[in-house]
Structures are given as C-alpha cells and as structure tokens.
Design a protein. Structure first.
Length: 350
C-alpha cells in the first residue's frame, strides 16, 4: 500500500488525461517546494515525490505488486497521459519528504512479534531508544482495528488506522488507543526500517525524473542574516493562525460548558499570571501577548518554539482543570490535520 500524508492538499481530483505532468510538477515545485503527486485508478495507484529541484522517487502499485525508484518514475510518466488517473497534489515538509518517499520500500527488521510475548508499549520504547526511522504495523486479531505508527529518528510522527487511507493522526491519543487495543484483543507486530535516500546528506543519489531541474541559488555570507530573519518572520506568521484556532477551540468549549464557573478571559489571564516566571511575555500587564475576539497579537521577541510551548501548556492546563480534555482532543481533530507540519516541528501532542 502506498501511504502518503494527505493533510496538506494543494489540489485534488484532476484528470490525468488533460494534464502535462512535467508542467504540473514544475508548478508545484515553485508553489510548495516539496510534496507528492498522487495518481489513483480502480486498478492501480502511483506517487511521484518531488523537492524544489527534482523528482526524488516514485512508487507504482497494482495487483502484481509495488515498483519503486527510477523504473516507477518512468512508468508513471509514460502512463499518466494515456490512463484515466485521478490526480491530487499534497505538500510535504522538506525534512520529512525522504521519509514518505521511501516508506514503501522499507526493510522488515522484526516480524511476527505476538502480544503473548511482546507488549506494544515496550516495543515502542525500544524503537524510540534505538532512534528508529521506520514504522510499526500492529495487526490485531479478528475484526478489531489495528494500525501503523510512524517514527523519525525515534520520534513518533503520527499513526494511521488500518481502515484509513492517508489521514495521518498526529495525536498521542491514537498511539495510546492502539496500545490499549493490542492488550485487550491481542495480535502481532512487525517493525520496518526506512533508509532515507537524500542527496543533501550524501547517503544515496536521488532519482531524477525527465524534468528540467532548477539550479540551487547560492547565498552569500552577507545575505545569511537577512535570510535567517525572513525565515523567522515567516515562521511567526505561520504559527499565529495555529494559536488562534487552538485558543478559539478552547474558548468555545469553555463558553458552552455551564459547569465551568469562571469566564474564559478570567481563566486565561489567571493561567498567564501563573506562568509569568517561566514565560514573561505572558504577563497581562506587559501586553506582549494578547488574545481577544479570536485574534492573537504578539510583539515580544520569544522564539516560535517558546511561544508555542507557552500557549500549548496554557491550553492543556486549563482543559485539565476544567475537565474538558476529552472534548478538546475531539474538537481539535481538524486543527491537527490543518497544522500537521507545525505539530511535528514543535512536538505538540494535544
């Protein structure tokens, strides 16, 4: 099965018969930087993974099996304009691109590990300690729902239900539920390792499609501070909408829960005051951080990582103290899908 993260759709449900795949990829190289073009028909599915400069890998799957690498790229390019594929394009973070591009040709390390002798939670800890880049496939007995857990350098980056086709669940709740189901119903596990083929780190040559590749831009030493500043400003712009939606979801749940005696503004400001020693920019009197009418304002100089940590801690603690953790996790599902990349980057487990 070809697995790709589908949380970041750039465009969906195009007909390959009317497309120039070379031009499509070139366009989204500029638009997204890195991502995947997914092709699907009743009898087969394919994927072309690209970064800003080239197609790095391909995967072709039909009833005969899975083909990867250069052979897959050539076959997909040849068939795209003559076969009736539904084509969609999804953005993928550059530092996770080689993970997803090589997932389909991973190597099995352990197979047939039964729940009689292996506890999934213990297996997870072992893989984390070993800094595994790969995945664990949990197959449960009978019709009970199993799933996959994905790891990048020992860090859990998401999971996928056996009944799903690409909506990666980034929450810690998915992992915990899979552990509990494996203990309750039994089954077996397999562990696979992914070898990341990345020309940037020299581990292996990347695969090029028949596309004109872009030339990488050189950055002089004098340009680096300006590039770094622009990158930081861009990241701040990205996280503000994420924090607005997170706080907005919490606010809606607090306001509609009649058992909560205090209004949302009081709860938020009290929590900010509690955290001033750790995060001074949350001081209501300093007014560096503000939230009102669904909008976040921030004029402080804290890094995005620190800002996100402060607000996520605040939200988690308020939810715990008001007894709405389960509701919050449920309501945050669209938020986790929309900001999947940011959840990975900042290690958010709400």
């Amino acid at each position: 099965m070809i697995i790709i993260p589908k949380e970041k759709p750039a465009i969906r449900n195009l007909n390959s018969y009317y497309l120039n795949i070379n031009k499509l990829i070139e366009h989204y190289q500029g638009e997204l930087g890195s991502g995947v073009v997914h092709f699907e028909s009743p009898t087969m599915q394919c994927a072309l993974f690209f970064d800003e400069y080239q197609v790095i890998n391909g995967c072709f799957e039909d009833k005969k099996g899975v083909v990867g690498g250069g052979a897959a790229i050539e076959r997909i390019m040849r068939m795209a304009s003559t076969s009736n594929f539904v084509v969609s394009v999804y953005g993928i973070r550059t530092d996770r691109l080689y993970y997803w591009a090589n997932l389909s040709n991973s190597e099995v390390l352990y197979d047939g590990l039964t729940t009689e002798f292996t506890d999934l939670e213990g297996l997870l800890r072992k893989m984390e300690a070993e800094k595994l880049t790969g995945c664990i496939d949990a197959r449960l007995k009978g019709d009970f729902k199993g799933g996959l857990l994905f790891f990048f350098n020992g860090e859990t980056i998401g999971g996928l239900s056996a009944e799903d086709s690409g909506n990666i669940d980034r929450s810690g709740e998915f992992r915990d539920e899979l552990v509990n189901r494996s203990r309750a119903y039994g089954g077996e596990f397999s562990v696979s390792r992914i070898f990341l083929h990345n020309a940037e780190n020299g581990s292996s040559a990347t695969l090029q499609a028949p596309l004109k590749t872009k030339q990488k831009k050189t950055v002089s030493a004098s340009d680096k501070p300006q590039e770094k500043r622009r990158s930081a400003e861009k990241k701040n712009r990205q996280i503000i909408p994420m924090l607005e939606e997170l706080l907005g979801t919490l606010e809606r749940l607090v306001r509609k829960n009649r058992k909560i005696r205090h209004d949302f503004e009081t709860l938020l400001n009290r929590k900010f005051v509690e955290k001033v020693d750790k995060y001074d920019f949350l001081d209501p009197f300093a007014a560096e951080f503000g939230y009102a009418d669904g909008n976040v304002t921030f004029t402080g100089d804290a890094s995005p990582k620190v800002l996100v940590a402060a607000i996520s801690e605040t939200v988690s603690e308020i939810a715990g103290e008001t007894g709405i953790v389960s509701e919050l996790r449920r309501e945050l599902h669209p938020w986790r899908q929309a900001f999947a990349d940011e959840l990975i980057e900042f290690d958010l487990r709400l």
